[in-house]
Design a protein around this ligand. Structure first.
Ligand code: GDG
Length: 473
C-alpha cells in the first residue's frame, strides 16, 4: 500500500485533539483518516516564529506522524488571516460583500504555499500519494510540480466552489485556477460545486470535459469529481453511548424541566447563519405564544478566527440579538436562548445532541456540514429527534429526509420548528432511519477510500501514459 502524505493548513496533534476544545470539521475527519494509513500529516503548527527557518517538528502520537512548521507573523497575517480567511473563505461562501482584495494577501499566500512546498519536498518518497486539503493550499500542487515532484497529487476542497460569475471578481482568478490543474485529482463535496468548477474551466478557459470526465491542460490530464465527506460513525456512536455522554445528556435534560430542546453547534462563523437562526426562533416564539415558554434553543458556538474583523462583528451581532430576543421572551424562570461561546469535549457534545428534540442546522452556505450528520448519529433510534437542515448545506443532497429549509426565510424555519416539535413518533422514526443509513454508509472511511482509490488509480493519468506510449510506437 502506498504511503499517504496529507497536507492541510493546520495540523492538530491527535492527542490534544481528542481532548476538549473546538476542532473544525476538517481536523475531525483527517484524524480518523490518518489513523488508518501509515503516513504523515504535514502543515502549520499554529505557532509563530520571528524568522522562517523551515525547521520540521516531527512527532508520533496515537498512530499518526505529524510534521509541522512555524510561520512568521507576516505570513500569518497575509496568508491565513488575509488571503485564506478574508478573501477566499467569504468568496467561496458567496459573500463578495465581505471579500477583501489586497495584493499583499495574494503575495503572502503564494509565499507561504512555496514555503510549504520547500519544507515538504524532502519528506516525499517516490511511491507516496500526496493529498492536499482545502482553500489555503490551492497552488501547492503546482509548486511541488515545479520542484520536480512526479507523484500522484490530489486536492480536496472542503468548502463550496463559487459560481463563475462570482469567482471572476477575484483578481488573478485565472492564475489560481490554472495552478490547480497541476493536481491529478480534484475533489469537491458535491456535484453542485463540481459543476461550478467545470463551468469555469469551460467558459473561462475554453477547456473541454471529456466523456470520461478527464480534462486536458498543457499536456496533463486531470479529473475532478465529487466525494461527499462523512463522519467517523463508529467513533461517534461509541462516544454517544459513553458515561460522559449520558451525564451530559441527563444534566441538560434536567436543566430544562420538561421543555423541548433545540440544538445548534457551529464554529462562530457568518456562513453558519446564526443570526438568521436566532431571528427564526424568535419568530417561532412570537407566532406560537401557547408554546413560547415550552422550548429552549441551546446554541454552542466556539469562537473562531477572532483576528478577522468580520468574525468580531458576527460575535457582537449575536450577543446583541441574544440579549434582545431573551429580553423580549424570558420570564423569571425561563430564558429561551442559551448562547454558549465555548467548545465541549466530543462525548459531551454527543450527549447534548441526543438530548435535543430538534437539530437546527441552518447555514447560509456550507461545503458539507458534519454537525447535521453527528446529530443524526447521536439519536436514540426508538425515539429520535428531528433534523432541520438548510437546503444550502452540501449535506442536504444526501440528507433529504430532514426537514429542508431556506435559512433566509424566517417564516420557513419557524414553520419547520413548529412541525418538528409536533411530529408524530412514527414519522420521526421513518425519517431518522433513512438519514441514519446514509450517515452510517457514507462515513469518513468510505470518503477516504473513494478519494484514495481514484488518486491511486489516476484514471486520466493512465490514459495519458498510454497515449504517450502509442505516440512513441
Ligand atoms: C469545514 C467546512 C465541512 C463544533 N463545536 C465543537 C466541536 N465542533 C465540531 C463539530 C464538527 C466540526 O466541529 C464542525 O464541522 P462542520 O462540517 O460543521 O463545519 P466547518 O468547521 O466549517 O468545516 C464544512 C467540513 O469542513 C468537513 O469537510 O463539512 O462544510 O466548512 O465535527 O462537532 N467539537 C468539539 N467541541 C465543540 O464545542 N469537540
Amino acid at each position: 500500500m502506498s504511503r499517504l502524505i496529507v497536507i492541510s493548513n493546520r495540523v492538530s496533534v491527535p492527542k490534544a485533539a481528542g481532548a476538549a476544545g473546538a476542532q473544525g470539521g476538517l481536523a475531525v475527519a483527517l484524524n480518523s483518516a490518518l489513523r488508518e494509513n501509515r503516513g504523515i500529516w504535514f502543515g502549520w503548527s499554529g505557532q509563530e516564529t520571528e524568522e522562517f527557518t523551515g525547521h520540521l517538528d516531527m512527532q508520533r502520537n496515537d498512530g499518526v506522524t505529524t510534521a509541522t512548521i512555524d510561520l512568521e507573523p507576516q505570513d500569518i497575517e497575509e496568508y491565513y488571516n488575509g488571503y485564506a480567511n478574508r478573501t477566499l473563505w467569504p468568496l467561496f461562501h458567496y459573500r463578495i460583500d465581505l471579500t477583501e482584495y489586497d495584493r499583499n494577501f495574494g503575495e503572502g499566500y503564494e509565499r507561504v504555499n512555496r514555503r510549504f512546498a520547500d519544507s515538504l519536498r524532502p519528506l516525499i518518497d517516490q511511491d507516496d500519494l500526496v493529498w492536499v486539503h482545502d482553500y489555503h493550499l490551492l497552488p501547492l500542487g503546482s509548486m511541488l510540480r515545479t520542484q520536480g515532484v512526479k507523484n500522484r497529487i490530489g486536492l480536496f476542497l472542503h468548502t463550496p466552489w463559487p459560481p463563475t460569475r462570482l469567482l471572476v471578481s477575484l483578481p488573478f482568478h485565472e492564475r489560481l485556477v490554472e495552478s490547480m490543474l497541476a493536481y491529478d485529482v480534484i475533489g469537491f463535496q458535491t456535484e453542485e460545486w463540481l459543476g461550478s468548477f467545470l463551468h469555469y474551466l469551460e467558459k473561462e478557459m475554453g477547456l473541454e470535459i471529456g466523456a470520461d470526465g478527464c480534462v486536458e491542460y498543457q499536456g496533463r490530464r486531470i479529473i475532478a469529481q465529487a466525494f461527499p465527506i462523512g463522519i467517523d460513525f463508529a467513533e461517534f456512536t461509541e462516544g454517544a453511548s459513553s458515561d460522559e455522554a449520558r451525564e451530559a445528556h441527563d444534566k441538560l435534560k434536567a436543566s430544562v424541566r420538561g421543555r423541548k430542546i433545540l440544538i445548534g453547534v457551529d464554529r462562530l462563523d457568518y456562513s453558519k447563519g446564526l443570526g438568521e437562526r436566532f431571528e427564526s426562533f424568535s419568530r417561532f416564539l412570537a407566532d406560537n405564544p401557547d408554546q413560547s415558554s415550552q422550548s429552549v434553543l441551546l446554541q454552542i458556538a466556539p469562537p473562531s478566527r477572532g483576528d478577522v474583523e468580520s468574525y468580531q462583528q458576527i460575535r457582537e451581532d449575536l450577543e446583541r440579538k441574544t440579549g434582545h430576543i431573551n429580553g423580549a421572551h424570558a420570564d423569571v424562570a425561563f430564558v429561551p436562548i442559551r448562547y454558549v461561546n465555548r467548545g465541549y469535549p466530543r462525548r459531551q457534545l454527543a450527549g447534548f445532541y441526543r438530548a435535543a428534540d430538534v437539530g437546527l442546522v441552518t447555514p447560509l452556505r456550507d461545503g458539507m456540514n458534519l454537525v447535521a450528520k453527528e446529530y443524526v448519529a447521536a439519536q436514540d433510534e426508538a425515539d429520535p429527534g428531528v433534523l432541520i437542515l438548510s437546503q444550502f448545506a452540501g449535506a442536504a443532497l444526501q440528507l433529504d429526509d430532514a426537514l429542508l429549509v431556506n435559512p433566509h426565510s424566517l417564516e420557513d424555519v419557524s414553520e419547520a420548528i413548529k412541525r418538528a416539535l409536533v411530529m408524530p413518533l412514527e414519522e420521526r422514526r421513518s425519517r431518522h432511519s433513512k438519514l441514519l443509513a446514509s450517515v452510517r454508509d457514507a462515513d469518513v472511511d468510505f470518503w477516504r477510500e473513494q478519494f484514495v482509490k481514484v488518486l491511486f488509480g489516476a484514471p486520466c493519468m493512465e490514459a495519458q501514459d498510454l497515449s504517450a506510449q502509442d505516440a512513441s510506437n
